[in-house]
Design a protein. Structure first.
Ligand SMILES: [Zn+2]
Length: 273
């Protein structure tokens, strides 16, 4: 990526970040910020081997899906990556689908690399990371960073351990040897234990399994049901997300063919009489 393009992405990430609610250093809840900015968020536990996320622009709606089977810190990164596509690449009718390869940075596709860079700048901007290390990590200048410090950074910036290490390396805070040492320490002590020992946010390290479907999707689901595109069970499952049952929306449902047949039977039965 060229230096000029990188600066442009940093600037756009910075503008977006100004619209987010920040604690002292990190974004508090990127999901809430995206919803407030009018994006339609879909969160669903689609399965561990399924795609991680996608974004699509349709009829001026921006829809972002994230797979909530990922650990929460990963799901947040996926959301930041999709936001990058929205800000940098999305045009009417276009879409991006992301998996492990596009999101962990191994993809050579320029747009995927840009979205990952945007996500890193949005979640862990250089100056805020520097300020956090300077003000909150007391022994940094004598001893550098420990795995517990990485857990502190995780909790403040709502990122995964690996993301924190990658970002700190690319910012020049740690070198590749220190990264390997910290990674080994992580494997030995486990991220969940590290988070616990610094009083961090343990939820980051487990899947959220959230189900979040925009209210408009009820109408969309009913439309599909009325046109025989989905079975009754799917409709019931979507309604259950809103604590609704079939009876609650019965006035919007078209009678299905099997019901028509019953009516016909009644009619024929009536004629027989
Ligand atoms: Zn992508």
């Amino acid at each position: 990526m060229q230096a000029g393009r990188k600066r442009e992405i940093r600037k756009k990430a910075d503008v977006f970040r100004e619209k987010c609610k920040i604690s002292r250093y990190g974004i508090i809840d990127l999901f809430k910020d995206c919803e407030r900015l009018g994006y339609k968020l879909l969160r669903y536990p689609l399965g561990e081997n399924a795609d991680l996320g996608f974004t699509v622009k349709k009829d001026n709606d921006i829809v972002i899906f994230t797979n909530s089977c990922s650990r929460l810190s990963r799901e947040i990164f996926t959301l930041a990556h999709e936001t990058g596509h929205v800000i940098l690449h999305l045009e009417e009718g276009s879409s991006f689908i992301d998996n492990n390869i596009t999101i962990n940075g191994r993809s050579t596709d320029e747009k995927e690399r840009e979205a990952n860079y945007f996500a890193a700048c949005l979640l862990m901007p250089a100056d805020d990371v520097g300020r956090f290390i300077d003000l909150e990590i007391q022994s940094f200048y004598e001893k550098g960073l420990s795995a517990m410090d990485i857990a502190r950074i995780m909790s403040e910036f709502n990122v995964s351990f690996d993301m924190a290490l990658n970002r700190l390396e690319s910012l020049g805070v740690i070198d590749s040897n220190q990264k390997i040492c910290l990674d080994n320490e992580k494997i030995e002590r486990k991220v969940s234990n590290l988070l616990r020992s610094v009083g961090g946010n343990a939820r980051l390290n487990v899947p959220g399994n959230e189900i979040e479907i925009p209210y408009e999707y009820i109408d969309y689901t009913i439309y599909n049901y009325n046109h025989n595109a989905i079975p009754k069970e799917t409709l019931e499952r979507v309604l259950a997300c809103y604590q609704l049952s079939i009876e609650d929306v019965s006035d919007k449902l078209v009678e299905h063919r099997s019901d028509d047949k019953d009516d016909l039977d009644d009619l024929i039965g009536g004629l027989d009489d």
